[in-house]
Design a binder for this molecule. Structure first.
Ligand SMILES: [Zn+2]
Length: 137
């Protein structure tokens, strides 16, 4: 057995049954690194401490044997971040299509609606809450 194979096997047995890296851990790693760099630039000791705490959480999560709890944390993080990703995508799409459509919010439920440009004043029924109101397209 070569030296590298021994190291590989040792690492594999060390991580056996442990949670390992996931999306939340990767974000914690980057946030910790960013805070550490910010601390180095500004000279704030508190930021260094905060980055160390974040790294501590990261290491704890990676070596944790409570997989169910770590999966649940990661799932909640993905749901949270997914909501912002969707909002960002929708805003980008509205900006791209701004010349073809007039975008407006339903006065009742605040959801986004659109009309083709040049439609004129029409009565709109919201698809979500079925509220009727007049809107210029
Ligand atoms: Zn509505």
């Amino acid at each position: 057995m070569t030296f590298w194979m021994k190291i590989k096997q040792t690492l594999r047995s060390l991580m056996n049954g442990r949670h390992g890296p996931d999306q939340l851990n990767m974000v914690l790693l980057w946030v910790g690194m960013a805070l550490y760099l910010l601390a180095a630039i500004t000279g704030q000791g508190l930021l260094t401490l905060l980055s160390l705490v974040i790294y501590g959480i990261c290491v704890f999560r990676m070596f944790s044997r409570n997989n169910a709890k770590r999966y649940e944390e990661n799932r909640r993080y993905l749901v949270f971040i997914g909501r912002y990703k969707t909002k960002w995508k929708q805003a980008r799409n509205r900006f791209r299509m701004r010349k073809q459509f007039t975008y407006f919010k339903c006065p009742s439920c605040r959801s986004w609606l659109k009309l083709p440009k040049g439609t004129g004043v029409v009565t709109v029924t919201c698809g979500k809450c079925h509220n009727n109101f007049t809107q210029k397209g």
